[in-house]
Structures are given as structure tokens and as C-alpha cells.
Design a binder for this molecule. Structure first.
Ligand code: NAD
Length: 515
């Protein structure tokens, strides 16, 4: 079977190999996932979150092992790994454990007066085996957030990690803490061709995080089976800086937002717009601070920026920056590898880039920003919305009214005000994009509900009463319905008296047998 080498992304040594999963294996995986779903469906939310708590504790206990494995396969800096892959997961786990029973509780809703005497409610029910397909940039975080949410909602999970960073055995090891949940999660290794086989087995829903290119393929394959799909895709996030900000803090935020995870984050800052009045001061502080950043592999927590995980991603970054340079943009900092033998791309700042350059129009997914000045509020809204992506953004200003006005006008799924990439730091907030950045939400109540289907329940009493809208239809009933509608939906002082009279008459007419 085709073996795929999983490499240490810095030394490029092969760590181990994974194999594509065969169609027979995929079928067996779904048979098991469907069988386990029958058991999981019988559990209460309280029972499930108690089991999730055991997995959460296992992650906490093994946090060093997790960091080590993530660093090895991704090449990210140790601090990037501990913050996003450990702290982020624990934070989310605690939120889902505390909030699932409340969010998924049966919900009473009002019943209109025309249905007097009845009660209405909604059950939030699990879907079945869900398929989660993940990328390589946050391999533990994206895996565990999806798995925790799916299990909390009562679904079984088929999880397909990226073949670039499969973290072989790690998720299975964490799930062992709960034998019940361990049976409900299967990690399936392989590339896109294995993922296609997994879709062909008709999961109840697909949750995909990755590129827009692959998202389109998944959507079209899923359309054949009418499988619902949620897509978390790429971004080209803008940072909008007004001239009333504290420059030092905003520059620090800009650098972290652009360079964290070596820019290999779907919500990293890629385009910076600074108001004219502080533009020069902002750029010179940015240059000064960028020069201080430390790039290193195998660090002890003292490197700011790690390596570029995938060689194909490094090619994209280099191509975009080189093309921009050839087309007349100015690379004011960086623009090259730290050394030819290692995948460390220097933090890069580009001025005078235009929208016809791929570094502005396409996702870069590297430690690279373009920076340009703007004059007015409407101008920066229009210019920064001029992209096919719409994942997240940040707006920086002392004037919070203005910042909120701009946040409302930006065509994105999330906006941090006077901070950066922070909406995703709060598990209670929904996460997801607009335009080519995808649709659907993970995290927050919306994310959890997205892993369920609503069942509408209406409860009436047992009695001999025949409903007015049931047969037989008669001329007398038709006339009374007219009066009832006029009273219920019309205007007038005696509306409720008329409503009561027509209602009683309609009710009594409805009890007459067909004559
Ligand atoms: P990718 O689209 O190449 O691959 C993602 C996953 O899809 C992998 O597991 C891959 O094996 C699988 N895949 C490939 N072909 C497939 C097919 N035909 N059918 C089904 N699955 C297939 O993305 P990537 O390079 O791993 O990740 C980088 C991208 O992910 C960037 O665009 C980034 O912005 C995006 N991303 C988005 C978010 C978000 O939440 N919006 C988060 C992280 C990353």
C-alpha cells in the first residue's frame, strides 16, 4: 500500500510512515462508528461531559509530550505549540464541559394563541458518525476541538488528520482515558485519496478545515450524497490601524498577529492598513521590532518564530514574495530564508504592493505582511474588503464607537478590537468565515449546535376534541375561519372579543360530525 513519509519538518528526517487506508478498512470503520453511535446516543450530556473531562485531564497530564510531538512534526516554536495546541485545547475543553448540558438541554419555545392549549419544544439530537478532515498547521488543536465538540453532541467521529502532520497515535493515546469515548473516535491516516473514500461512505456531516481549493472538491463530492458540509477555509486577514493608537503596543500586536506560528495560521494578519498620520512612525517601529525577532529550531521556549512546516508552503511564500519584488513592490524587511539549509523564512514586510500581486490577492500562509497607508474610514473599509476572503480582521483605535462601526462594515466572520486573533481565544465565540473563507461555525453555542440536528416537538393532550382545521371542511367552518383570521390578524379595539367569539364558534362547529 502507498506509504507516506512523515518528516521532521526542520531536519527533514523521516520520523515514520503512514499508509493510505483501503476501501474495505474504511467500510469497517464506518460500520463500527455506526454501531458505537447506537450506544452513545443513549447517554446523557452529563454522562458524556464526565467522560470528556477524563480526556481533558489526560491532555493536561501529557502536555509536554503533546508539545514535543507537535514541535517535531510542524517545526513550530515551543511557545507557539504550548499556547495554541495545549492551552487553547484545555480552554476549549473546559468551556465545552461546562456549557454542553445547558446548550443541548431541551428548549421550550412559545406556542401561538391559535394553537392554544399545546406546548412546544426542541430536542437537540446527535447526527451520527461525523467526518472531520484537518490541515497541518494546528494539528492537535483543530483535531481536539472538533472531536470534543462532536462527542459532546453525542456523535461518533471519523477523524482524518493531514498526512503532513498526522501525530500518529497521539489522539488515540489521549482518548484511552475514556474507554467509552475511545470506541467512538477512529483516526484514519492517509492523504486526500483516503479522505475521498471516507466521504463515499456517507458520514452524517463533514467538518472540513483546510484550503478553499480542497473545500470546493469536498463540497462537490458531498453533493452527490447530499451530505451537509461545514467549511473552515483560508484567509487574508486585514489589520486596520487608526492614528489615535498607542504605536508601540499596536506594532507588538501586529508582529505577533502576523508572525505567530510563522504566519501559518488561517487568521494571521496578512494585510496591514495604517492611517496616514502615523504611517511612517508605525513602519519604522515595525522594522525596528522585526529585527529583534528570534528564529530557531528545537528551542527551549526562547524562539519567537519556528519553521515553515511543509516544503510546498515554503515554495508558495517564496514565489509570492519574489513575484511582488519583480513587479515593483519594496521588501523593506526579510524576503528570504534565514539560511539555505533550513525552512526558516525571515519575517517579511512589503510596501507598495498592489492588488494584482498574489501576495495581496492570495493567501500567503507565511510570516509576510503587506503594509499601506490610508486616509479615511470609508476608504479603508472599501480597500480592505476588496478580497475574496473574509475570515477575520482587527481594528485598532481609541475611539471604540468608530472601531465598532468599522468592525460591522468588514465582510469577515470575526473582528478583534484593539487586539489580534483574540476572538478565537474565547471558546464562547463562534469561529468561521464569510466569502471564500467558508461557511458554518465551530466553537461557541453555534458550533456545538452545528454538530446536532434540531427536532421539533409539539405536545397536545389526549381528548375527544377534533381540531378545527381537520375534516370535515364545511361552508360554515370556512366562514368562521374568515372571521377568526380577521379577528386574530386584523386591527381594531374589540379584536380579542371577536377572536374569542369566533374561536368558540369554530371549536363547536368542528365537533359536529359530517352531516
Ligand atoms: P489542504 O486543503 O491541502 O488539506 C486539508 C486536509 O484535506 C488534509 O487532511 C488533506 O489530506 C485533505 N484533503 C486533500 N485533498 C482532499 C480531497 N480531495 N478530499 C477530501 N480531503 C482532502 O489544506 P492544508 O494545506 O492542510 O492547510 C492549510 C489551509 O488550511 C490554509 O488555507 C489555511 O488557511 C486553512 N486553515 C483554515 C482554518 C480555519 O479554521 N478557517 C484553520 C487552519 C487552517
Amino acid at each position: 500500500m502507498n506509504a507516506i513519509a512523515v518528516k521532521n519538518s526542520v531536519t527533514l528526517d523521516t520520523l515514520y510512515e503512514i499508509n493510505e487506508t483501503s476501501e474495505e478498512q474504511v467500510k469497517a470503520i464506518y460500520d463500527r462508528a455506526r454501531e458505537e453511535f447506537k450506544n452513545l446516543k443513549k447517554t446523557t450530556t452529563k454522562e458524556r461531559v464526565a467522560e470528556l473531562k477524563k480526556v481533558r485531564d489526560e491532555i493536561f497530564e501529557n502536555r509536554e509530550i503533546i508539545v514535543e510531538k507537535v514541535v517535531q512534526e510542524t517545526g513550530k516554536s515551543r511557545t507557539d505549540a504550548v499556547v495554541s495546541e495545549v492551552m487553547g485545547v484545555l480552554d476549549y475543553a473546559d468551556w465545552i464541559i461546562s456549557n454542553t448540558p445547558k446548550i443541548l438541554a431541551d428548549k421550550k419555545v412559545s406556542t401561538p394563541i391559535s394553537l392554544m392549549g399545546k406546548k412546544s419544544k426542541i430536542f437537540h439530537e446527535a447526527l451520527g458518525p461525523v467526518l472531520i478532515i484537518a490541515p497541518w498547521n494546528y494539528p492537535f488543536n483543530i483535531a481536539m476541538v472538533g472531536i470534543f465538540t462532536a462527542l459532546a453532541a453525542g456523535n461518533t467521529v471519523v477523524f482524518k488528520p493531514s498526512e503532513v502532520t498526522p501525530l500518529k497515535g497521539l489522539i488515540e493515546a489521549m482518548m484511552k482515558a475514556s474507554p467509552l469515548l475511545q470506541r467512538c473516535v477512529t483516526v484514519v491516516y492517509g492523504s486526500g485519496s483516503t479522505a475521498q473514500k471516507l466521504i463515499d461512505q456517507r458520514p452524517a456531516k463533514i467538518f472540513f478545515t483546510g484550503s478553499a481549493r480542497t473545500g470546493k472538491k469536498i463540497l462537490s463530492q458531498a453533493a452527490n450524497y447530499l451530505i451537509p458540509v461545514e467549511l473552515e477555509l483560508g484567509g487574508k486577514d486585514q489589520m486596520v490601524v487608526f492614528d489615535d493608537v498607542n504605536i508601540a503596543r499596536t506594532v507588538a500586536g501586529c508582529l505577533w498577529g502576523a508572525m505567530t506560528n510563522a504566519g501559518q495560521s488561517c487568521t494571521s494578519v496578512e494585510r496591514v492598513y495604517v492611517q496616514q498620520g502615523i504611517y511612517q512612525a508605525f513602519v519604522s517601529k515595525l522594522k525596528e521590532e522585526t529585527a529583534k525577532l528570534v528564529l530557531n529550531a528545537g528551542d527551549e521556549g526562547d524562539a519567537d518564530i519556528g519553521g515553515i512546516t511543509a516544503s510546498f508552503q515554503l515554495d508558495i511564500i517564496r514565489k509570492q514574495v519574489d513575484e511582488a519584488k519583480e513587479s515593483g513592490a519594496d521588501i523593506i524587511v526579510g524576503g528570504e530564508l534565514l539560511s539555505d539549509d533550513m525552512p526558516f523564512y525571515m519575517p517579511t514586510i512589503i510596501e507598495h504592493a498592489s492588488t494584482d500581486m498574489t501576495v495581496v490577492s492570495d493567501e500567503t500562509f507565511g510570516p509576510v505582511i503587506t503594509i499601506s497607508p490610508f486616509n479615511g474610514e470609508q476608504e479603508v473599509i472599501d480597500v480592505s474588503n476588496n478580497t475574496e476572503f473574509g475570515l477575520s480582521a482587527s481594528v485598532w483605535s481609541k475611539d471604540l464607537k468608530r472601531a465598532e462601526r468599522v468592525a460591522r462594515a468588514l465582510e469577515v466572520g470575526a473582528v478583534s478590537i484593539n487586539n489580534v486573533m483574540l476572538t478565537e481565544g474565547n471558546p464562547a465565540l463562534p469561529f468561521g468565515g464569510t466569502k471564500q473563507s467558508g461557511f458554518g461555525r465551530i466553537k461557541g453555542a453555534e458550533g456545538l449546535l452545528g454538530m446536532t440536528q434540531s427536532k421539533a416537538i409539539l405536545v397536545d393532550k389526549q381528548s375527544a376534541k377534533i381540531e378545527a382545521n381537520w375534516y370535515p371542511y364545511t361552508r360554515a367552518k370556512y366562514k368562521l375561519f374568515g372571521q377568526f383570521i380577521e379577528a386574530l390578524f386584523g386591527k381594531g379595539l374589540q379584536k380579542w372579543i371577536k377572536f374569542a367569539i369566533s374561536g368558540i364558534k369554530l371549536e363547536s362547529e368542528s365537533q359536529k360530525p359530517r352531516g
